[in-house]
Design a protein around this ligand. Structure first.
Ligand code: PHE
Length: 343
């Protein structure tokens, strides 16, 4: 017992004199005294050689020693931290380093602008899933199986379930909204869509759309034209000319495509407008009565118009970007050019 007491006194003295200069010294202390093979563990082991009647006393002594070493370790750790702050601290009077500021993606900027314009006309945003079933993407839109118009939209199917696919347009969101049966309905549906197309400067296997839908009593083609005129003027300015060409979509009747005068050459003819002076920006038409019926809406009471545009196309025209692959390559040299202020 006496020996133990003397030994502990000796260690305490040693420990009280330890000095540290850095984190490595602190760690060395921990290993030497508190580690698994450290002094505290070793000396605890000596309990076995203490006589049975002294065990209690010795246990208490050793426990106190352990507490002492732990407390000393705390002290040493604090000293070590102070040292390391003092030696590695930065000069706080130096000017701060700039954090690089991100930029909004051009597609987001233009999508937000489109949403804002239609918002002013009372259109609310509706969103849906990118994985759709065949009915919502095709059948409900008057594209029954084997309909040749399905070829217009080369589709990615999900191998797990032949009924599932990546939506080819956000018209599927319109179907889901119509099914809810709350009329009149005035929505725009922004979102990403997928088509199995060869990637080039003008086409990609995924892109973004905004589709619009207005259903109420007595909606006419004149309403559609006026809505789209308003959109084009807000989007591209008052000088832009607009023309409608008859077209075909299975879900609208009559259908049209809308062109605007080329923003690059002002209608003179250039490579972007393929020397025609016009650029197509969207498809539109009066919602086919069958589509209304498919969604449980009475076509004798309600009529509606729909339109759909690719955001990439509008963005390319707005910023004069010639290759749409730039939108998905994540090259910050390209993306940094579009500050939020542009929106
Ligand atoms: N859904 C069509 C497409 O993706 C666009 C469109 C929408 C055309 C509404 C007419 C009416 O190409």
């Amino acid at each position: 017992m006496e020996q133990l007491v003397a030994q502990i006194e000796q260690y305490k003295k040693e420990i009280s004199q330890v000095t540290v200069a850095n984190a490595a010294d602190v760690e060395a202390f921990r290993i030497k005294y508190l580690g698994t093979k450290g002094l505290v563990k070793t000396i605890m082991g000596e309990m076995k050689s203490v006589d049975a009647d002294k065990k209690r006393e010795a246990g208490q002594l050793l426990n106190e020693f352990k507490i002492y070493v732990e407390a000393r370790f705390e002290e040493i750790r604090n000293i070590g931290e102070e040292h390391s702050v003092a030696t590695t601290a930065v000069d706080l009077s130096l000017p701060g380093a700039d954090l690089p500021l991100g930029a909004r993606h051009p597609i987001s900027i233009i999508q937000n602008k489109i949403i804002q314009i239609f918002h002013r006309l009372g259109f609310a945003v509706a969103e849906g899933n990118e994985i759709e079933d065949d009915w919502h993407n095709f059948s409900a839109l008057n594209l029954p199986e084997n309909h040749p118009a399905r070829d217009m939209q080369d589709t990615f199917y999900i191998s797990q379930n032949p009924d599932w696919l990546l939506r080819t347009h956000t018209s599927s969101v319109q179907i889901r909204e119509m099914q809810k049966g709350v009329l009149p309905l005035r929505i725009i549906c922004p979102g990403r869509v997928y088509r199995n197309e060869t990637i080039s400067a003008r086409a990609h296997c995924f892109f973004n759309q905004v589709e619009g839908l207005y259903i109420a009593e007595n909606v006419s083609f004149a309403d559609l034209k006026q809505t789209l005129y308003f959109f084009v003027q807000e989007m591209f300015g008052k000088d832009v000319k607009v023309r409608f060409r008859p077209s075909y979509f299975p879900f609208t009747e009559p259908s049209a495509e809308m062109d605007i005068s080329c923003l690059i050459c002002g209608g003179e003819g250039c490579s972007v407008c393929k020397k025609t002076g016009w650029v197509e920006i969207l498809g539109c038409g009066m919602v086919h009565p069958k589509v209304l019926e498919n969604c449980g809406i009475d076509p004798n009471k309600y009529t509606g118009f729909a339109f759909g545009m690719g955001i990439e196309r509008i963005t390319m025209l707005s910023y004069q970007i010639k290759d749409l692959r730039l939108f998905s390559e994540n090259d910050t040299r390209f993306l940094q050019q579009f500050t939020p202020a542009t929106s």
